[in-house]
Design a protein around this ligand. Structure first.
Ligand code: IMP
Length: 422
C-alpha cells in the first residue's frame, strides 16, 4: 500500500506527529499537504523533543519530506526549522518546498490578531499565525507565493499591489499601523537565498515516487473537525485537512491514495472556541488536562477536554474514507474508574442520532448520550502488545472499533516513540 494519508479524526492534537514519525521510518517520502505554522507536532525520540510547526514530521527520521502547494509558509519559521535540522545533524536537502505554496506575509499575522480582537466574544480562537488571512488572499488571487521570492522584481510588484489594499484596511478598519513597502521587500527578498535550494516540483517528485513503487505518507495538519468545508464552521482552520485534501494539496489524483489512517485520541481535546458536546463538566476536565499534558504546542493555551465522541468520529470515518484508526493516549485514561463514551447525540426535538448533524443549530444544541465503560485503573507501562493490555482497556479499544466498523491498527500507550502497540 504505497500511498497512505494520516489524518486527524477530531479537533487536532491527536498525536499525529508521533504516528507519522513512526510510519515515516518505513516510508520513502513524507508530505505536508495543507496548513502552515499553526500546526504543532511534538515528537519525542529518546531524550530529544522535537516541536515542529512547518516541516513534515518525516524530517525527524531523515526521510525525504515535501511541503505541497496546499500549504502556507512562514519563511522565518521554515528557515528556523532548517537550522534546527542542521543543528541536530540532519541534512536539510531532504526537504522540497513547492513554489506554489503561499507565503504568510507580516500583514497576515497582524490582520489575524486584529480581526480576532475585533470579533470579541465571537472570536474563533485562531493560533494568530496569519493562516486565515493568507488563505483568504490566495482565494482572492492577491497572495504571494514561494516562487515570487525568487524574482525580486515580481516580488516587489506583488507586495506593492497587496500593500495598497492591506495598509488601507489596517489603518482605517483595524486602526493599526500599516507596513512599509521597502522594508517588507528587503526582508522577503532576503529569504530568497535561504529558500531557493529547497524549491522544487513537489507534484512531479511525488508522482515519480509513486510510479517507482515507493511508500509515500501524506501528513494532514489540524484535523477533520477543523476542515474549512466539513468541520464545525466558522470554528475551523482555512484549509482542507480531510484526506482528499492530500490530492489537491500535493498535486496528485485521488485515485493514487490507497489507505487512510485516522488518528484519534482515546478521549477528545479542542483548542479555540466552538461547540463541543462531549466536553467534560466538573473536576475530571482539569484532571484529564493535567494527566494528558493538554496544553497547546503552538500557543500554550489550555486544551478543552472531553470524553470520546463516537458521533464525531463516525463522521470523520465517513468524510475521510478512513480505512483504519490509530487510538492514541490510551494510558491517560488509566486513572479513571469509569469512562463515559458519547455514543449518540440527543437533538433539541428529543430524538437521538448516531450521525453528525448536518445543520449547525442541531450540532450547537446537541447533548451527549453516554455509555459508561469500566476503567482499568492500572498503568499500561508493562504492555508491549495489545494482548498485554488490561481486559477493560482491550474492551474499550474493541468497543470503539466495533461501533465505528473500522479496525484499530495502532494504540498509543505512552509518550515515547516506541510506546505505540500494533
Ligand atoms: P487557525 O488555523 O490559526 O486559523 O485557527 C483556527 C482554529 O483551528 C482554531 O480553533 C485553532 O485553535 C485551531 N487549530 C489550528 N491549528 C491547530 C492545531 O495544530 N491543533 C489544534 N487546533 C488547531
Amino acid at each position: 500500500m504505497p500511498a497512505t494519508v494520516v489524518v486527524g479524526a477530531q479537533w487536532g492534537d491527536e498525536g499525529k506527529g508521533k504516528i507519522v514519525d513512526l510510519l515515516a521510518q518505513q516510508s520513502d517520502v513524507v508530505c505536508r499537504y495543507q496548513g502552515g505554522p499553526n500546526a504543532g507536532h511534538t515528537i519525542i525520540v529518546g531524550d530529544e523533543t522535537w516541536k515542529l510547526r512547518q516541516m513534515p514530521s518525516g524530517v525527524v527520521s531523515g526521510t525525504t519530506s515535501v511541503i505541497g502547494a496546499g500549504c502556507v509558509v512562514d519563511p522565518q519559521v521554515f528557515v528556523d526549522e532548517v537550522d534546527l535540522l542542521i543543528e541536530r545533524g540532519i541534512d536539510p536537502a531532504i526537504v522540497t518546498l513547492s513554489g506554489n505554496a503561499h507565503l504568510i506575509m507580516p500583514w497576515h499575522v497582524t490582520i489575524d490578531q486584529a480581526s480576532e480582537r475585533r470579533l470579541g466574544n465571537l472570536q474563533i480562537g485562531t493560533t494568530r499565525r496569519g493562516i486565515g488571512p493568507a488563505y483568504a488572499d490566495k482565494a482572492s488571487r492577491i497572495g504571494i507565493r514561494v516562487q515570487d521570492v525568487l524574482d525580486p522584481k515580481i516580488l516587489r510588484q506583488k507586495i506593492e499591489i497587496a500593500l495598497a489594499e492591506k495598509n488601507l484596511w489596517l489603518e482605517r478598519i483595524y486602526e493599526v499601523e500599516g507596513f512599509d513597502l521597502e522594508e517588507v521587500w528587503a526582508r522577503y527578498a532576503g529569504f530568497a537565498e535561504r529558500l531557493a535550494p529547497f524549491v522544487g516540483d513537489v507534484s512531479l517528485l511525488v508522482d515519480r515516487a509513486l510510479r517507482d513503487g515507493q511508500r509515500v505518507l501524506f501528513e494532514g495538519a489540524q484535523a477533520t473537525m477543523l476542515d474549512l468545508d466539513h468541520g464545525t464552521y466558522p470554528f475551523v482552520t482555512s484549509s482542507n485537512p480531510v484526506a482528499s485534501g492530500a490530492a489537491t494539496g500535493i498535486g496528485i489524483g485521488p485515485t493514487r491514495i490507497d489507505r487512510v489512517l485516522g488518528v484519534s485520541k482515546a478521549y477528545v481535546t479542542r483548542v479555540g472556541e466552538g461547540p463541543f458536546p462531549s466536553e467534560i463538566e466538573g473536576p475530571d476536565q482539569e484532571r484529564l488536562r493535567e494527566l494528558g499534558g493538554e496544553f497547546g504546542t503552538v500557543t500554550g493555551r489550555n486544551r478543552r477536554c472531553g470524553w470520546l465522541d463516537l458521533v464525531a468520529l463516525r463522521y470523520a470515518v465517513r468524510v475521510n474514507g478512513i480505512t483504519s484508526l490509530a487510538l492514541t493516549k490510551l494510558d491517560v485514561l488509566s486513572a479513571f474508574a469509569e469512562l463515559p463514551v458519547c455514543v449518540r447525540y440527543r437533538l433539541r426535538d428529543g430524538s437521538e442520532t448516531e450521525h453528525f448533524p448536518a445543520h449547525q443549530s442541531d450540532f450547537h444544541r446537541a447533548r451527549p448520550v453516554w455509555e459508561v465503560k469500566a476503567g482499568w485503573q492500572q498503568g499500561l507501562d508493562g504492555a508491549s502488545t495489545v494482548a498485554d493490555l488490561p481486559r477493560a482497556a482491550r474492551e474499550y479499544v474493541e468497543f470503539v472499533a466495533s461501533e465505528l466498523e473500522v479496525p484499530i491498527e495502532l494504540v498509543g500507550v505512552g509518550a515515547d516513540r516506541d510506546r505505540v502497540l500494533a
